[in-house]
Design a protein around this ligand. Structure first.
Ligand code: IVH
Length: 669
């Protein structure tokens, strides 16, 4: 490609991607598929690599990350990042208003109310319209330079819209992980048998400090801006500033409201108490700010807080109830979770009877005792938590909880790995909930997808000693199932049909279904794509496994260990004998279109936008078949740079159609 052409294409692609980013993040809609979006992005990245002189400061390619920061530089804030004074009642808010009224000497004033987003405060400098630097709050005086990570936040403009922005200013806001993203990560962790993340706030905070910005990009953080700072801003009020932020392309939560009286503030507080639970971000209160900048200056600051703003914290719905007992659950991977059985108490619209206690440390931290009266809270999270004990009501003869030392299900001594908070039952092959949990995982929709079998059926089959592991499902007979309580002919047949159909599930699904610790859906797919079949994977060394992009050392070790276990190997042999898929088939790729259906295609030479493996994948994703040598049956050759001359003349002689890489991209777009 000629430089001129490349420059034009880079500009075209950047504008296009920015447009789609805007639609997606600001308007919550999309006009193209994720795949098409990724293709444009890949094309842009490849072109920028080939022509770095045309890469702009605000290229959307920066959103995908890739920079590794070993140590974050410390930066002193130009304006300190203060915190807000807190209030918890209408009386305290009224007292705040009285103070304001007095200090402003009867001047008219207005408030600006916003929600208090529960994320991580960040300050971002823009120079001449470009994002220059992003810094965490730190201790309020100095924070960490996390610019590379902040650039991956898609709703944060790299270049501002319009032209009426100051040359040099800072915006402040809250970086957060949307609830949906957080829940999806936790769901994946659950599937992998890993410990769950505590809450979106901590996760967002941890993510911003990750060294690899491409992982940050994958975590889909978002950001709401709520303050503009700088010299000579020429703005009189916060309301004007927020409007400007919106116009320049910043993401401002649409939940703000100007309130001219205290009563309006109190209405705002009441309005959002329940509505806030439906927002994409967790919130723990509201922030009331004086709208007028000149009045803010008159009011000034205390040592820690501005006098012109305050926060009002909503009470987490809480209640006191009796802790009847602590029971212990055993998960699929043997992880033990202590659970509090509570005397039923109504909280935030539901009756709470149980609360997770996470691990032994948590019980110790709270110094819980059976019979205690405990405080239970239900905040933004779905699972209620115990926040403390009412010591006044502690029964005299109560005893500290002795954490169990043996598995409550199979009585095997528990283990706790160094550095981990969770206890495990190591008896994975003989502990009933672990056995049943493994079968349940095996038949899961995302694994072998045998949806005709439910938890109760597994229980019944296990009780009757008909199944002890996933492989046993494939030898079940009509009589076995028919004999279970409540099973008629049709239900029995449905199960058998479901089991039979599962034999066709792709190799990658089978790998996920095996339930190898730490190995989720994505990792299973990577393994299948890389090793292609079970034998090669079985024989792989830890190093070859860990070499795969996207597979970490802990996962590699766990996969390697899995294939060193005699019983696992026996199970795998049985599954093979029953006819399950032990090889990755080309057709396993997602089918994106039929544009290349029935075509035999070969790519030769080197390419700008694709690695060789990518081309194979793309050909198959569009219904084509990738072939490795030139022959008459070939329909198409994608000719890259330096295609071998002998291959080329052979193809020409055979009259095989040859196209360029760009033509190929057009063909599939
Ligand atoms: S204004 C002088 N507005 O609350 C402080 N802060 O306790 C100006 N926060 O560190 C901050 N939502 O992380 C402001 N709408 C909002 C906010 C907000 C959340 C956080 C922020 C700050 C803390 C102050």
């Amino acid at each position: 490609m000629q430089p001129k052409e490349a420059k034009q294409r880079i500009e075209e692609l950047s504008a296009l991607i920015q447009h789609h980013n805007h639609l997606y993040y600001q308007e919550s809609r999309s006009e193209i598929s994720d795949f098409e979006f990724d293709q444009r992005m890949n094309e842009l990245i490849a072109l920028e690599e080939a022509f770095p002189e045309f890469k702009s400061k605000d290229s959307p390619s920066q959103r995908v990350g890739g920079t590794i920061t070993k140590n974050f530089d410390t930066v002193v804030h130009r304006y300190p990042m203060l915190s807000l004074g807190n209030t918890y009642s209408t009386e305290e808010l009224t007292a705040f208003d009285t103070r304001i009224k007095k200090a402003l000497k009867e001047q008219a004033y207005a408030y600006f109310c916003e929600l208090k987003f529960d994320g991580v405060a960040i300050s971002i400098t823009y120079k001449n319209g470009y994002l220059e630097r992003a810094v965490t709050r730190g201790d309020g005086t100095r924070g960490d330079d996390i610019t590379h990570n902040a650039r991956t936040i898609r709703s944060l403009p790299l270049k501002l819209k319009g032209s009426d922005y100051p040359d040099d200013f800072e915006v402040r806001g809250e970086v957060f992980m949307p609830r949906e993203v957080f829940n999806a990560i936790n769901q994946e962790k659950e599937e992998k048998g890993e410990a769950l993340l505590a809450n979106p706030r901590n996760t967002a905070s941890g993510t911003l400090k990750m060294q690899d910005s491409s992982i940050v990009a994958s975590r889909k953080l978002d950001c709401y801006l709520y303050a503009l700072m700088g010299e000579d801003l020429n703005l009189a009020t916060h309301a004007e500033a927020m409007k400007k932020l919106e116009q320049w392309g910043f993401n401002v939560s649409p939940t703000y409201k100007q309130c001219d009286t205290l009563d309006e503030v109190l209405d705002y507080v009441a309005d959002w108490e329940m509505k806030r639970l439906e927002l994409p971000v967790e919130t723990d209160g509201i922030v009331v700010k004086i709208n007028d900048y000149a009045q803010r200056e008159m009011l000034g600051f205390t040592a820690k807080n501005p006098r012109w703003a305050i926060s009002y914290k909503y009470k987490a719905e809480s209640g006191a109830t009796k802790l009847n007992s602590i029971v212990y659950q055993v998960g699929r991977t043997g992880a033990i979770t202590p659970v509090a059985n509570l005397a039923p108490v109504p909280l935030a619209g539901t009756i709470v009877k149980r609360a997770s206690l996470h691990n032994a440390n948590e019980i110790q931290r709270l110094d819980l005792r059976e019979g205690d009266t405990v405080f239970v809270e239900k905040g933004g999270e779905i699972i209620p938590k115990i926040t403390g004990v009412d010591l006044n009501k502690r029964p005299k003869d109560s005893k500290t909880v002795a954490y169990i030392s043996h598995c409550p299900e199979c009585n095997t001594p528990l283990q706790r790995n160094e550095g981990e908070a969770v206890h495990y039952c190591p008896n994975s092959k003989g502990c009933p909930p672990q056995i049943k949990g493994r079968i349940q995982h095996f038949i899961h929709r995302k694994a072998m997808d045998i949806d005709s079998i439910g938890e109760k059926t597994i229980d019944a089959l296990y009780q009757k000693k008909l199944v002890h592991g996933p492989a046993d499902l494939y030898v079940l007979t009509f009589e076995d199932i028919f004999a279970l309580d409540g099973f008629k002919e049709r239900a029995t047949e449905k199960i058998l049909k479901g089991i039979e159909a599962s034999k066709k599930q792709p190799f990658s699904k089978l790998l996920f279904a095996l339930g190898i610790r730490h190995t989720g859906e994505t990792a299973a797919r990577l393994l299948a794509e890389h090793f292609k079949n079970m034998d090669t994977l079985k024989a792989a060394s830890i190093e070859t496994i860990a070499d795969i992009d996207g597979i970490g050392d802990i996962m590699a070790q766990s996969i390697f260990d899995y294939f060193r276990d005699e019983e696992n190997l026996k199970d795998i042999d049985r599954l093979q004998a029953y006819g399950l898929q032990f090889e990755e088939k080309p057709s396993e790729h997602k089918q994106l279109s039929k544009k290349l259906e029935g075509m035999k295609i070969l790519a030769s030479g080197s390419f700008e936008h694709f690695k060789r493996d990518d081309i194979i994948k793309v050909v198959e994703e569009h219904g084509g078949m990738y072939v490795k040598s030139v022959s008459k049956s070939l329909d198409l050759i994608i000719e890259g740079a330096d295609m071998g001359p002998s291959k080329k003349s052979k193809a020409e002689k055979m009259g095989i159609k040859m196209i360029t890489e760009d033509d190929f991209i057009k063909m599939i777009s």
